[in-house]
Every structure is written in structure tokens, then in C-alpha cells.
Design a binder for this molecule. Structure first.
Ligand code: AR6
Length: 178
């Protein structure tokens, strides 16, 4: 685990199941339909129960790079922020800007809803095939920028494997040294 104090925010890279975290909001790596899927999206919907899907149906989807917020239902987290990261198509289709935008809009939804502690999965690095080192650098830069805003007490980058946590931890350390 990598932990960093940045301005008044604690930024942590951890390994674990994001559905177990008792934070103000967990972020979902969703798709444009917002109606569920596999990976972390499937795990969040299973743990939250049917209320989450019912609320998602009222949202009419979400474009890539954007994020929408719901309640957390049976999750220990109060809210779910559904962020839609890009599918990796080789890197020349605006993928990096879209992933940055997904993080930026997730933090925006958080601010609008008094969310001060927030946990992110490794958005786009599973089924969407975004290279992990590049995705980690984008996540780390977004977390530092959000910490500098002073609006967050705790930002967690929640990886699902030790090897991913090593990549995200290194990216966070490197971003903080710049
Ligand atoms: N806690 C934390 N991280 C997890 C968990 C969990 N419980 N389960 C998986 N991960 P992915 P994407 C990690 O594929 O690439 C869905 O079908 C996983 O190991 O879930 O953004 C959606 O509906 C990986 O590191 O999301 C979309 O259609 C990371 O979460 C599509 O997949 C992201 O992998 C989105 O693809």
C-alpha cells in the first residue's frame, strides 16, 4: 500500500474489493448504458442490490468521459459515481483525454454532493484494455489535482491485484515528485 499526504488529503493506493469500502462514494467503471456489465461494474451492482439498477435506468446513460451519481443502496458507500472510461483503440482516438475527463467529472460529481472520501477502481484497464501504466499516470495526476483543491479528505485508488497496486503506487509516487 502506498499512502501520501498531499495538502490536506490522504491519497492511498490499496489492493482490495471496492464494494467493501465505507467511503462517501465509490466510483464504478461503467459503460455508456449505465445498466451494468461485468468486472467491477457487475460486482458493484451485485453488492448494491436492485435499487441501484432501478435508479440507473432513470439516468438514460452517460457519454464516455462523463460521470453520473446515484445512491449506494446496500453498499457501505453512501453513493456510487458511475464513470465511463474509454475503450483503448491504440491511443490515437483521444483515449487519454477521455480517461482524464472521466476522473475530472467523477471529482466534479463528488464536490456537488458533499462527497469528501472517494475510492476509484482502475478505470478502463480491464475489458477496455487501456495500458495500465498510462492509466495509472492519469489517475495519479487527477488525484493530486483533486487533493490540491482542498475538497477531499481521502482519495483511494483501489486496485484488484497486488501487481496493479504496484503500478498505481509507483505512478502516484512519480506524479508527486514532479
Ligand atoms: N474491486 C476493485 N476493482 C475491481 C473489482 C472489485 N470488486 N472487480 C474488478 N476490478 P473492468 P473497464 C478491477 O473490466 O476496463 C464492464 O463490463 C479489474 O481487475 O471492470 O473500465 C462495464 O460494464 C480492473 O483492474 O472495467 C463496461 O462495459 C478494473 O477493475 C466495461 O466492463 C477495471 O476493469 C468497463 O471496462
Amino acid at each position: 500500500m502506498t499512502t501520501l499526504s498531499w495538502h490536506d488529503t490522504t491519497i492511498e493506493v490499496m489492493t482490495g474489493d471496492i464494494t467493501t469500502l465505507a467511503v462517501d462514494a465509490i466510483v464504478n467503471a461503467a459503460n455508456e448504458s449505465l445498466l451494468g456489465g461485468g468486472g467491477v461494474d457487475g460486482a458493484i451492482h451485485r453488492a448494491a442490490g436492485p435499487g441501484l439498477r432501478a435508479e440507473c435506468q432513470t439516468l438514460h446513460g452517460c457519454p464516455t468521459g462523463d460521470a453520473k451519481i446515484t445512491q449506494g443502496y446496500d453498499l457501505p458507500a453512501a453513493h456510487v459515481i458511475h464513470a465511463v472510461g474509454p475503450v483503448w483503440h491504440g491511443g490515437k482516438h483521444g483515449e487519454e483525454a477521455l480517461l482524464e475527463s472521466a476522473y475530472r467529472n467523477s471529482f466534479a460529481r463528488a464536490r456537488e454532493n458533499d462527497v469528501h472520501s472517494i475510492a476509484f477502481p482502475a478505470i478502463s484497464t480491464g475489458v477496455y484494455r487501456f495500458p495500465k501504466d498510462r492509466a495509472a499516470a492519469i489517475a495519479a495526476a487527477a488525484a493530486l489535482a483533486a487533493a490540491e483543491s482542498g475538497d477531499f479528505s481521502r482519495i483511494i485508488l483501489c486496485c484488484f491485484s497486488e501487481s496493479d497496486a504496484a503500478i498505481y503506487g509507483e505512478a502516484l509516487t512519480r506524479a508527486a515528485e514532479r
